[in-house]
Design a protein around this ligand. Structure first.
Ligand code: HEM
Length: 412
């Protein structure tokens, strides 16, 4: 626990890339909420917003806190060699997460027309079947890295079926998606080059998939998007549509992998969580509370379009801002006993694990559905689930929380 205080012009010792803060980002964020709720983190060149009301203010004011240029992979600040590699792909490809209206609304509108509640509900039996297939293979083994064996392939295969991508392509898509994420943070130049090359491959793959559906219509989500687009007054281009499978495959996969891993890890210290996940009435609340506490997307980015005062700080125009969902989710001004697992809390609906405002997570219903199916099934099929001897490995992406390896054992 960090107990010290900092003066108004001091900087909070925030560095989510260190092993200590990968493990426990919460103490330094609590210090920030108390002492300097909006601060500049020089190493990441980010203004970090930590209190719930300030994070909401950022998410609700997309004119001041723009998403344009919020991702580093489209930033002119990348080295020239990396930009050269990116230029070979589709540098103009829009990612929904870094768009402002009106293009944001047109692209999001297209997803909303095709990614309907009926399509999501229809996935439930497929999620069950894929989870069951993975567990059939796992159950006799008695020990496994549950991230590699379950938390990673489940959401990937679900999204693959949703988009109609062949199963044999999924592992490659997953690695290209990680390249895109890793390009958002400081890496040595040779690694950045490799990540840029991965992103270019993913862009080409998605463009080819859209072109295929233009010539051969399909009834998967991408086919539905292409068809819905043809019926609009102002149709999107192929590259604009191709940004969507890319966005959804990455946003909908890594978040769920992390959510499953974090839920299991927490289970080992929170015995009542196991009971709650097996109780159909408490299950949805337990999942929301887990999302609040763990926040698989720890925070995401905006860029200021003007000088603005927020939380006692003055942010210059062009400042890169991190709206820290994980910190907001532990703000004691909103959540009583904010660090404790209390799924029956009244304030649960205020959590920001799926964001808020125009960029609110478009996959939240699918994310919740997958967690509601997967977590109880895991507990039933792997009785006596407990940590294995090998230490877990934390996720390297600094604005995310979860594991890349989590060994567990059970009674085979
Ligand atoms: C537990 C699982 C998930 C978590 C914690 C999560 C979290 C989030 C958050 C915090 C945002 C807001 C971003 C911002 O304001 O900048 C977001 C947006 C988004 N999410 Fe999720 N997500 C999850 C699952 C999914 C799934 C399953 C999909 C797709 C199938 C998905 C697709 C997206 C997309 C496309 C956006 C961007 C929306 C926009 O910019 O308008 N997410 N997600």
């Amino acid at each position: 626990m960090l107990t010290g205080s900092v003066s108004a012009d001091a900087t909070i010792p925030f560095d989510p890339t260190t092993p200590e803060q990968r493990e426990n980002p919460f103490d330094v964020l609590a210090l920030a909420r108390r002492e300097q709720p909006v601060f500049h983190a020089p190493a990441l060149d980010l203004w970090v917003v930590t209190r719930h009301d300030d994070v909401l203010a950022v998410l609700k004011d997309h004119r001041t806190f723009s998403s344009t240029g919020a991702l580093k992979s489209s930033s002119a600040a990348l080295p020239a060699q990396v930009l050269d590699v990116l230029a070979e792909g589709c540098p103009e490809m829009p990612y929904i997460i870094e768009l402002d209206p009106p293009l944001h609304d047109r692209i999001r509108g297209l997803v909303a027309r095709a990614f309907t509640p009926r399509r999501i509900d229809a996935l439930a039996p497929r999620i069950e079947a894929i989870a069951s297939e993975l567990l059939d293979e796992l159950a006799p083994r008695g020990r496994a890295d549950i991230v590699q064996a379950f938390a990673w392939p489940l959401p990937l295969r679900v999204l693959g079926e949703l988009f109609g991508f062949p199963r044999e392509d999924l592992e490659q898509i997953h690695h290209w998606g990680l390249d895109w994420l890793l390009l958002q943070q400081h890496r040595p130049p040779d690694e950045q080059l490799a990540h840029a090359a991965g992103l270019v491959e993913l862009q080409r793959y998605c463009v080819a998939a859209v072109e295929d559906r233009r010539t051969t219509p399909t009834d998967d989500l991408l086919g539905a998007m292409v068809a819905a687009n043809d019926g609009t007054d102002e149709p999107l281009t192929t590259v604009e549509i191709a940004g969507l499978p890319l966005d959804l495959m990455v946003a909908g996969h890594v978040t769920l992998t992390r959510a499953i891993g974090s839920a299991l890890y927490r289970l080992f210290d929170e015995p009542e969580l196991r009971e709650h996940l097996l109780d159909p009435v408490l299950l949805p609340k337990a999942i929301e509370e887990l999302l609040r506490l763990e926040s698989p997307a720890q925070g995401l980015f905006r860029v200021t379009t003007r000088e603005v005062e927020l939380g006692g700080a003055v942010l210059p125009e062009g400042a890169r801002v991190m709206a820290h969902f994980a910190s907001a989710n532990r703000d004691a001004c909103v959540f009583a006993d904010a660090d404790d697992y209390r799924p029956l809390r009244d304030d649960l609906g205020a959590h920001l694990a799926f964001g808020k405002g125009i960029h609110f997570c478009i996959g939240a219903p699918l994310g919740r559905l997958e967690l509601r199916i997967a977590l109880p099934m895991l507990l039933r099929r792997l009785p006596g689930l407990r940590p294995g001897p090998r230490l877990p490995t934390r996720e390297p992406v600094f604005f995310a929380r979860g594991f890349t390896a989590l060994q567990v054992e059970w009674d085979a």
